[in-house]
Design a protein around this ligand. Structure first.
Ligand SMILES: Nc1ncnc2c1ncn2[C@@H]1O[C@H](COP(=O)(O)OP(=O)(O)OP(=O)(O)O)[C@@H](O)[C@H]1O
Length: 603
């Protein structure tokens, strides 16, 4: 659970600068109080009343220093000079010692935390992405970072200095008349205390609202990703209705609970403030009439107390804005506190791996389940010799892709071990290990960039000749030849759209370029026509003896030439052998094969 402390720690690297700039801002707020004080003293001079003793002493010292007699003119000159220094002279220094640093800290912290968030994105385990959709994650990061960035200058540059000013005013008034100071103190404790209580309520509602907003954003993101399905089933109206219901739910919390609560708070505050201003006026007037305070002090007290009460509204506004952002900031910290996956490669590692394997794989008594109650793979024993081509086949949900995920170390088996060249893969550096493997999925991800960038994604140092060779084998050369700028054509989000089959070919070439020790095809040719698939298969033969190949395919024609076909059923290896051997065995493989050949189900 994230806490308030995490929000403070967000800016921790800049704490020295922060203390300096907050102190500077607070000093400026206090210096401001000199103006009403000086005006009060000027009024005393003009009305023939005595100046405050410390001021008299200061003027006497100046008089002896400049060798000029103490008189009305000198006193007025000193006070005017004081006002000049605290208003005109300080003006050009203030923004540089305050606003500059507040924003500088906020902007630097923004960069730091975005970096950490990106690191988090890259290192979170895959399960996290199974459970949270991109819209939810992106929204949480963006809101969290933006809210921290905006909040810092408001708190450091305004809220804290304003509170210090209010405290300074209290001290000033206390020096003049303690009874007025007491009223001032009581009123502030009541107003701020009640305000804080109300803010706690607002924070609770904001946290609710934040969750609601995340749900709406998450669904928006799903709608964008799945828009084809929405359109195909013509469910636009239903989706619109659902999102509208969510928006109404948000509106109710926002308008009736948060906004209304805030307006109530302001109404109450304004009434109490006006009452206090009036009470202070009456008290101060009585004290002046009774001769307890001078005319100058009367004016000063009224001016100062008005200044203090005038600060209450901005203080409340700032506190309310902070309360509104509080829960989204906490949720950002909760995201940062998500445990990093053990499957993550180091972010500091070099591009090339120093490992080299023959590609011999051994799975010994491997069992695995995504959750403890349900085993997806059970007691798998399998030996894959170097440079063999092994096919994994079986019904949907039998555990083929899961087995590949274990090979890639996205997950770790709960029992048993996986060995590569005799070494348990858990003992290897995950990044270096994974760089010796390459996988082509059914859905090939295309990044926004040139086709060449996409091809060399796994190996940016590949030469152009190597790229061309991989493209020849994967038959990407035909695709490239038809593109307007060849290898330099922009593809992906803002470029040319590639068909499913073209993407798969690109994925195959990208994997081949890595020159892996183990090459995995997870339904990697399912979108290709038979002719393209066959020609890729023939070209791939030239790779025999360079890497171990694991193929997952439902189309059994794809796997018949494999050295070994492994049939999985409900998470267990039930048959192993060559195509001919398995047909002779007349087991599951035989039935699947007959079904694909004849379209008939065998009993
Ligand atoms: N991330 C996950 N979390 C929980 N269960 C999962 C996850 N991925 C897969 N499963 C479950 O594990 C089982 C095996 O899935 P897997 O994807 O390995 O099967 P498969 O043989 O590759 O299927 P297909 O041929 O349809 O791709 C299925 O029952 C599936 O529901």
């Amino acid at each position: 659970m994230a806490k308030f402390r995490d929000i403070i720690n967000y800016f921790h690297p800049y704490w020295k600068l922060s203390v300096f700039s907050i102190t500077a801002s607070s000093i400026y707020e206090i210096i401001d109080l000199v103006v009403p004080y000086a005006i009060g003293q000027i009024l005393n001079i003009l009305s023939g009343q005595p100046l405050d003793i410390p001021l008299q002493q200061a003027i006497a010292s100046i008089s002896s220093f400049i060798n000029y007699p103490v008189n009305k003119l000198l006193s007025l000159g000193v006070l005017l000079g004081l006002i000049f220094v605290v208003t005109v002279v300080r003006a050009p220094t203030q923004p540089w010692l305050t606003a500059w640093f507040h924003w500088d800290i906020a902007i630097r912290a923004r960069r730091d935390k975005f970096q950490i968030a990106i690191e988090k994105i890259l290192t979170l385990p895959l399960e996290f992405y199974d459970e949270n959709n991109p819209g939810r994650i992106a929204g949480r990061i963006a809101r969290g970072v933006t809210n921290h960035t905006w909040t810092y200058p408001e708190i450091a540059g305004q809220l804290i200095p304003k509170l210090i000013r209010v405290l300074g005013i209290f001290v000033f008034i206390l020096l003049i008349e303690w009874r007025i100071a007491l009223l001032y103190l009581i009123s502030f404790v009541i107003i701020l205390g009640f305000g804080l209580k109300e803010l706690q309520r607002i924070i609770k509602q904001e946290s609710r609202l934040d969750k609601y907003s995340e749900n709406t954003e998450s669904r928006n993101s799903e709608l964008i990703t799945n828009i084809k399905t929405v359109k195909a089933f013509a469910t636009e109206a239903r989706e619109m209705k659902r999102q509208n219901q969510r928006l109404v739910r948000e509106l109710k919390v926002l308008d009736y609970r948060i906004h209304k609560g805030y307006v109530k708070l302001i109404t109450w505050q304004k009434t109490v403030i006006q009452f206090c201003v009036f009470a202070i006026l009456a008290l101060t007037l009585v004290a002046t009439v009774n001769g307890k305070i001078s005319l100058g002090h009367f004016v000063m007290t009224l001016t100062l107390s008005s200044m203090a009460y005038a600060e209450l509204e901005p203080i409340s506004n700032l506190a309310e804005v902070f309360a509104r952002r509080y829960s989204s900031m906490l949720r950002f910290h909760e995201f940062l506190q998500e445990p990093t996956g053990s499957d993550s490669a180091s972010l500091l590692e070099a591009e090339e791996s120093s490992y080299k394997f023959t590609g011999k794989l051994e799975l010994a008594r491997v069992s695995f389940g995504y959750d403890a109650n349900r085993q997806v793979l059970q007691d798998i024993n399998l030996l894959i010799e170097p440079y063999q081509t092994v096919a994994l086949v079986g019904r949907s949900g039998s555990g083929k892709s899961t087995l590949v995920k274990l090979l890639l170390r996205y997950f770790e088996p709960q029992e048993g071990q996986i060995l590569i060249d005799g070494q348990d893969i858990r003992t290897l550096d995950v990044g270096k290990y994974r760089r010796r493997l390459a996988i082509v999925h059914q859905e090939v991800d295309v990044f926004n960039g040139t086709i060449l960038d996409n091809l060399t994604y796994g190996r940016p140092s590949a030469s152009f000749e190597q790229v061309q060779e991989a493209c020849r084998i994967a038959r990407v050369d035909e695709v490239v030849a038809a593109l307007p700028q060849g290898y330099y054509t922009i593809v992906g989000e803002r470029g040319v759209r590639l068909s499913g089959g073209q993407r798969q070919r690109l994925g195959i070439a990208r994997a081949l370029l890595v020159e892996p020790d183990i090459l995995i095809f997870d339904e990697a040719t399912s979108s290709l026509d038979y002719e393209s698939e066959r020609s890729i298969q023939l070209a791939m033969r030239s790779l025999q003896g360079t890497c171990t190949t694991i193929i997952i395919a439902h189309r059994l024609s794809t796997v018949r030439e494999a050295d070994k076909i492994v049939v999985l059923d409900r998470g267990r290896v039930v048959e192993v052998g060559s195509h001919e051997e398995l047909l002779r065995h007349e087991g599951i493989y035989y039935r699947l094969h007959s079904l694909q050949e004849t379209g008939e189900l065998l009993s």
